[in-house]
Design a protein around this ligand. Structure first.
Ligand SMILES: Nc1ncnc2c1ncn2[C@@H]1O[C@H](COP(=O)(O)OP(=O)(O)O)[C@@H](O)[C@H]1O
Ligand SMILES: [Mg+2]
Length: 315
């Protein structure tokens, strides 16, 4: 890119200049203090609130990682209301990426877009693209059911089905018409072990999933999510309804699952993001603001706005 050599001053178009400046600083001189505010001394968050275009700062390490999912210039509208604005975000394979940001900034919307759960909403429009394993999940003819099997999803509130622990876990296989008892038993044990729940429920597999404690129910939901052997796990504030002990267990579990799965987790708990994730993405008002290695985002983010948020100064 020639503008990097010539310097931003040689550009006439102000939008291009801003873009060039961001790219230049983010990629070449990440710690440049100038990044902390734009030329008029206005913060990025104020600029965004005023509807101005602001480029995300994506750290080089994120761009170098091999992506499992690539969100590309993705925008989403609920009717006339725009909830996501040109989000571009690669999700590194086999690692844990945390999505953080104030309530209502679009974290759940983005997560649900990745497995096309928003499809069911009336009046929804999207633009841009999302790739899984290099292929568009939005292209015409994509088999959405098959797609969702490649991405397990777990929600804030544990949602076991009103059936036995065993049937909860093998539910995805039942939908596929799998009947072989041996296969079902194997997948059940493997998934419950994967979700660190096997030892607690091995003797009561035929009791209702609803008889478990909240933390166990959430691990049951994780077992169900991994029973279909997905590539990606999408976790939307999976610990927010749990007590600290159950939360610890889920956090340990997420550490165990990394490597085998690509994990994208929404959390409003900054300590949790810092503890369990490899990468952290900070969103604000439907936009990606800064995205980098968790250790950097929490100790030396490029932007003052990110620092203010992760240290609890707003949000
Ligand atoms: N089904 C929906 N219909 C209309 N607006 C929605 C819907 N879901 C979310 N929103 C709006 O989209 C924005 C982002 O919401 P959400 O993705 O839930 O944010 P977060 O998970 O970060 O709290 C909010 O303004 C919210 O009110
Ligand atoms: Mg949410």
């Amino acid at each position: 890119m020639d503008f990097m050599k010539e310097g931003v001053g040689s550009l006439v178009n102000p939008i291009l200049a801003r873009h060039a400046r961001d790219m230049n600083l983010a990629r070449v001189n990440p710690m440049n203090q100038e990044m902390k505010s734009d030329r008029r001394g206005e913060s990025r968050l104020e600029a965004i609130a005023a509807g101005k275009p602001v480029e995300a700062v994506i750290h080089e390490r994120v761009l170098q990682a091999e992506p499992a999912v690539e969100i590309q210039d993705f925008s989403l509208w609920y009717g006339k209301k725009q909830a996501l604005h040109g989000v571009t975000m690669p999700i590194p394979k086999g690692e844990v990426t945390a999505l953080v940001g104030p309530s209502g900034c679009g974290k759940s919307t983005l997560l649900r877009s990745v497995n096309r759960m928003n499809d069911l909403i009336d009046g929804l429009t999207v633009s841009g693209d999302i790739l899984l394993g290099g292929e568009s999940i939005l292209a015409p003819g994509v088999d959405v059911i098959a797609l969702r099997k490649r991405m397990g999803m777990v929600f804030q509130k544990p949602n076991p089905f009103p059936m036995s622990i065993f049937e909860n876990v093998v539910y995805p296989l039942r939908i596929d018409g799998v009947r072989d008892r041996q296969t079902l038993r194997e997948v059940c044990e493997h998934s419950l072990r994967g979700a660190a729940l096997w030892d607690e429920v091995r003797d009561r597999l035929h009791e209702s999933g609803l008889s478990l404690s909240g933390g166990q129910q959430q691990r049951l939901c994780i077992a169900r999510a991994i029973a279909s052997d997905p590539e990606v796990l999408l976790l939307d504030e999976p610990c927010s309804a749990l007590d600290p002990l159950a939360t610890n267990k889920i956090e340990d579990l997420i550490q165990d699952l990394r490597g085998e799965y690509t994990i994208l987790i929404v959390t409003h708990n900054m300590q949790q993001a810092a503890r369990i994730s490899d990468y952290t993405a900070f969103m604000y008002l439907g936009r990606l603001i800064e995205y980098g290695e968790t250790s950097q985002i929490f100790t030396k983010p490029h932007l003052k706005e990110t620092e203010d948020y992760v240290t609890g100064r707003f949000g």
